[in-house]
Design a protein. Structure first.
Ligand SMILES: [Zn+2]
Length: 485
């Protein structure tokens, strides 16, 4: 994709890429290497639609136009000539360096200072920020200390294998997994949502969670084809990742795809992804509701908590990957959360103050990544409520709540994890082509209907990756000192 994307990219994008790299190289030169390793946590995330998000029903994508199946010509597949991109950037760097005055912005005033960012993202191969737990020996240790098991690890591998087997020939995925050549309809419960970019993002997230990219792991080729599909979308549509006409929830796809591009960039340091990833973040920032600070289905609409969660996670990942994120965007997003919270922030509603479990889980995880400390009373109240509800087989809720409980650790986590882990291991399909996937037993909410078996499998796999997908926020290898008073 390298040179191909650059040729297609508008001048501003090339210029922006240039400035980013210039800034990066300046930062590398100017700053002393940090004295101690303080990895930051990168966020991630996931799915599509959801339960108490009542509004979803009204706007379902029933009569969206069919997405054309043969679009292979539009997709810019990667080539190996990365050198050209790098060369361009290097040449121009000297000229422009002095004129650039952009600073790396911190994710929020409440999070750690940016001085340790270099240590967070400097290393290649899964060491980036809070994603450092995803590789090799570190992963194994975290599985043991966090409460994973040999069975849960085998389930993760089987889940990823099922996903890989349902890739389309052009590198994308389809929520209608039955369209993939190897499946040919052998797995039940395809999803209805048309946007292939959304399906592709959901397929790649569990691979990233396990440390698998186009440079690491057993599925390099498949991953490269998939991430190239998303990068080509962003590069050719001014940062928009979703497919036009792909469905009524383009910003969900944008958030999911944004997380994939930024995480992949952070983990591989592949420069070909810098421009598409930054363009995707720029699209997200421009799509924010200028009044309320949220995001919804379409750009500039008044926000909802579910969509806000995905955009914030993408911005956080991008920030950790050294991409530019405006502090104003983050401040406005915090205002949105303030506007939908109840009980001083222990609970969250959808578009108004409320306390649904799903929206509360999204809101609380956002707060954690925005810097709320572990001993924050509202956070503790909120977590205790989720712990009391327990895993409830709504994978969207379970996905968020599991991350929250994992970060908080302690007895609540042990109880939650035992139940969640065993339920997923037990419910994973073992039959025929469906082996390794999830669907039966997880029909709650709108997500399974629209995202189908791929959606359920993606979320379930990521839940079982919780031990290492993100390092714990409040202890051990993570940002502990800064978060403890
Ligand atoms: Zn199948």
């Amino acid at each position: 994709m390298g040179s191909g994307i650059l040729r297609q990219a508008p001048a501003w994008a090339v210029s922006m890429l240039l400035h980013i790299v210039v800034l990066l190289s300046m930062a590398l030169i100017v700053q002393e290497p940090p004295k101690e390793e303080k990895p930051r946590t990168i966020t991630s995330s996931a799915p599509e639609v959801q339960e108490e998000f009542e509004e979803f029903e009204e706007e379902l994508p029933e009569d969206q136009p069919e997405t054309p199946q043969d679009v292979s010509n539009e997709v810019v597949l990667p080539d190996a000539t990365v050198v050209e991109d790098v060369q361009v950037v290097t040449d121009a760097a000297d000229v422009d360096a002095a004129a650039v005055s952009v600073e790396f912005t911190d994710f929020s005033t409440e999070t750690a200072p940016s001085s340790d960012l270099l240590s967070a993202v400097g290393a290649v191969g899964g060491q980036a920020g809070g994603m450092g737990g995803r590789s090799g020996a570190q992963r194994q240790k975290l599985v043991q200390s966090g409460g994973g098991s040999a069975a849960s690890e085998a389930a993760v591998e089987a889940g990823i294998k099922w996903i890989v087997q349902h890739q389309m020939p052009d590198g994308s995925w389809n929520f209608d997994h039955a369209k993939s050549p190897s499946c040919n309809g052998n797995c039940s419960h395809p999803g209805k949502y048309k946007d292939r970019a959304g399906a592709t993002a959901m397929a790649l997230l569990p691979m990233l969670g396990r440390g698998y990219t186009h440079k690491e792991g057993p599925y390099k080729k498949q991953f490269e084809a998939g991430v190239s599909f998303l990068a080509a979308q962003a590069a050719s549509q001014n940062g928009a990742i979703f497919e036009k006409g792909g469905g009524s929830h383009p910003l969900y796809v944008q958030g999911l795809g944004g997380i994939v591009l930024t995480e992949t960039y952070a983990m591989t340091q592949d420069k070909r992804l810098a421009m598409p990833a930054q363009a995707a973040l720029n699209f997200i920032m421009a799509a924010q509701d200028p009044v309320g600070g949220g995001w919804r289905y379409q750009p500039k609409q008044p926000g909802d908590t579910s969509a806000v969660g995905w955009q914030l996670m993408a911005l956080k990942s991008g920030h950790m990957a050294f991409l530019q994120v405006s502090p104003l965007t983050i401040r406005k997003a915090v205002e949105f959360l303030n506007g939908v919270q109840q009980d001083d922030g222990a609970a969250y509603g959808y578009a108004d103050p409320g306390n649904g479990p799903g929206t509360s889980a999204v809101g609380l995880l956002c707060r954690m990544y925005l810097g709320w400390k572990k001993d924050n009373p509202a956070l503790q109240r909120g977590v205790a409520r989720l712990a009391k509800i327990g895993p409830n087989a709504d994978l969207y809720y379970d996905y968020y709540a599991t991350q929250i409980l994992h970060h908080m650790e302690g007895e609540q986590w042990v109880a939650w994890n035992t139940k969640m882990r065993d339920m997923l291991v037990k419910s994973q399909s073992k039959k025929g082509h469906e082996a390794g996937s999830w669907f039966e037993g997880f029909e709650r909410g709108h997500g399974p209907e629209y995202g189908g078996r791929l959606y359920c499998t993606s979320l379930a796999t990521m839940i079982l990756e919780v031990y290492y997908r993100h390092l714990p926020l409040y202890s051990g290898q993570s940002v502990d000192e800064e978060f403890k008073e």
